[in-house]
Design a protein around this ligand. Structure first.
Ligand code: ZN
Length: 236
């Protein structure tokens, strides 16, 4: 048999690859490829690059390799690369927004004691301890956490997000008259099955705080002006 020119075989290769040529053509191509590494390489390249004719996809599915074709598609298609980029961009965006919300909303930073100013500590008529608290750095306090340790130390810990705000700092938790009701705290603890009597009250964290009161300390009686701060609370 005369050797068929490579150009003719190259024209036939796609048909051969797609399995849509006659038996005779198929045989011709196969015979040529056996002795021609150039054309064989072209066919091999086709198998690698295309790899996804509708027949192949169907075959893959039948062979339970659908996952493989998805993976192949994912890895090779430019469209997929774009979608992949889009998905990654969306995820990064979500992570960044969530991170920003977190930094401005999650109250995870304890206010250092050196900017906490406690003044006018006094005893209200009902027995509660009143005090005025102010954050001297001018930033807002978003939340106050309470903790009573096993030794009876009661901590009122002011916390803020990582990105702190000055908004409401002049009227909120960062600048106001507050009180602590020892009897109530003791009763709450008892109700929780933890019978610890309060020995001391601190504003700040267990590591960094200001003492407001400790057992044995005699506090001055609250002035009328301070009593007046809590009148409405008593009515509620
Ligand atoms: Zn050839």
């Amino acid at each position: 048999m005369n050797k068929i020119p490579c150009d003719v075989i190259k024209d036939l290769l796609p048909l051969y690859y797609d399995d849509v040529c006659s038996r005779a053509t198929q045989k011709t191509v196969e015979e040529h490829i056996e002795s021609c590494t150039d054309c064989k390489r072209i066919l091999d390249k086709m198998r690698i690059n295309i790899g996804l004719s509708p027949e192949t996809i169907e075959k893959n599915k039948l062979e339970g390799e659908a996952l493989k074709s998805i993976k192949t598609f994912w890895n090779r298609s430019k469209a997929a690369a774009f979608i992949k980029g889009l998905i990654l961009a969306t995820i990064s965006c979500a992570v960044l927004s969530l991170g920003y919300i977190g930094l401005t909303q999650w109250n995870i930073t304890k206010v250092p004691a050196d900017v906490i100013q406690i003044t006018e500590v006094s005893r209200l008529k009902g027995g509660r301890i009143a005090y005025h608290v102010k954050m001297t750095d001018g930033y807002n306090v978003n939340q106050v956490n309470f903790k009573l340790d096993n030794d009876g130390n009661f901590y009122m810990t002011p916390v803020r997000p990582v990105i702190k705000s000055k908004k409401f700092a002049d009227i909120g938790l960062a600048n106001s008259y507050e009180f602590v009701d020892l009897e109530q705290v003791n009763a709450n603890q008892k109700a929780k099955g933890k019978d610890v009597e309060i020995q001391a009250v601190y504003y700040g964290s267990p590591e960094d705080h200001i003492l407001i009161w400790k057992k044995g300390m005699v506090l001055p009686a609250a002035s009328d002006a301070i009593e007046a701060q809590f009148v409405n609370l008593d009515k509620d």
